[in-house]
Design a protein around this ligand. Structure first.
Ligand code: SF4
Length: 303
């Protein structure tokens, strides 16, 4: 029985063919290359996972320098991350092709976003789990899975699900900042700029994580939060039982649709210019050509 992950379901809803390409190991290995944003995101997640692991970094040793050193080590695949050495080397080569100036700019961007996060983060937090895979059965045919960045137990015993984001928030999100600016040097006043806003309940990824945690840990998820590391922005929602029941039915419906799909037809859309599989997708290529999209696969990223 296949396991369905929220991000994959979202991909299917965006374009069934892209989903199918992503499920084909050979196609994925050939066309889905690492991007600068992916290298940055993975290193930031690895650094934060270890930073909040009391076995690795006791709360008294949680300094911004330690967090940034972990990020550098994760990026290089050394120290605690030595097992990733060859994987990181390959990802960096794919993402930067030896352009050390570009790599340095992306690395500084990561250091800056962790600096910003650190200014307002709860440095005493001891997560229940961090960066762990979780799975539950929803029906005889549908298993829901997800790698959840962080689950915290709050003082009242309820749970909070946290998902770190290194990309931009959706432009339509409440509190979303103006379009991206170039990475900037940390400023002291940034520490007080963090914004926390409620998000609608229709976000599939956070709702799926709430469902996973509620069923697996048999606890009440009081809040689910996206932490946008680079934008001083938290977007959250507080799910009710009714929200979760509705989202469970919706997710099962999507998964059953995927299971029944025999064609995985392409669905050209505004993200085609950045799709890894555009080179083997005539419909996506035609969509881009007809709209004059100049972006070649791998040149840019949509944030
Ligand atoms: S290029 Fe567009 S239509 Fe083709 S697989 Fe990618 S997202 Fe789908």
């Amino acid at each position: 029985m296949p396991t369905f992950y929220p991000t994959q379901i979202q991909t299917y809803l965006q374009c069934p063919r892209k989903y199918a390409f992503g499920k084909d190991r050979d196609v994925k290995a050939k066309y889905a290359k690492a991007s600068p944003h992916m290298v940055l995101g993975n290193a930031a997640h690895d650094a934060l996972q270890n930073f909040f692991d009391v076995g690795r970094v006791p709360p008294a040793e949680r300094t911004v320098e330690r967090l940034q050193d972990l990020f550098r080590d994760a990026w290089a695949g050394r120290g605690l991350f030595a097992r990733n050495r060859y994987k990181q080397r390959e990802a960096r080569e794919q993402a930067f092709a030896g352009d050390s100036a570009a790599e340095a700019a992306w690395g500084r961007k990561g250091l800056d976003m962790l600096w910003r996060f650190f200014q307002t983060a709860d440095r005493t937090a001891v997560p229940l789990t961090a960066e762990q895979f979780h799975e539950i059965w929803l029906t005889e045919h549908v298993t829901l899975g997800g790698k959840i960045d962080r689950i915290d137990r709050r003082p009242d015993g309820t749970l909070e699900v946290i998902d770190y984001k290194t990309g931009k928030p959706p432009r339509t999100a409440p509190g979303a900042p103006a379009p991206p600016a170039a990475p900037s040097a940390p400023r002291a006043e940034d520490a007080s700029r963090r914004v926390s806003r409620a998000l609608g309940t229709d976000d599939l990824q956070l709702a799926a994580y709430a469902l996973l945690v509620t069923k697996k840990f048999r606890g009440r998820v009081a809040r689910c939060t996206y932490v946008f590391l680079n934008d001083d922005l938290d977007l959250w929602f507080e799910p009710t039982e009714a929200d979760l029941a509705a989202k469970e039915a919706e997710i099962v419906g999507h998964c059953e649709r995927i299971l029944a799909d025999r064609t995985f037809a392409p669905s050209p859309n505004a993200l085609c210019p950045w799709c890894d599989y555009r080179a083997i997708c005539p419909e996506g290529e035609e969509w881009c050509r007809s709209r004059g999209a100049q972006t070649e696969p791998g040149d840019e990223i949509p944030f």
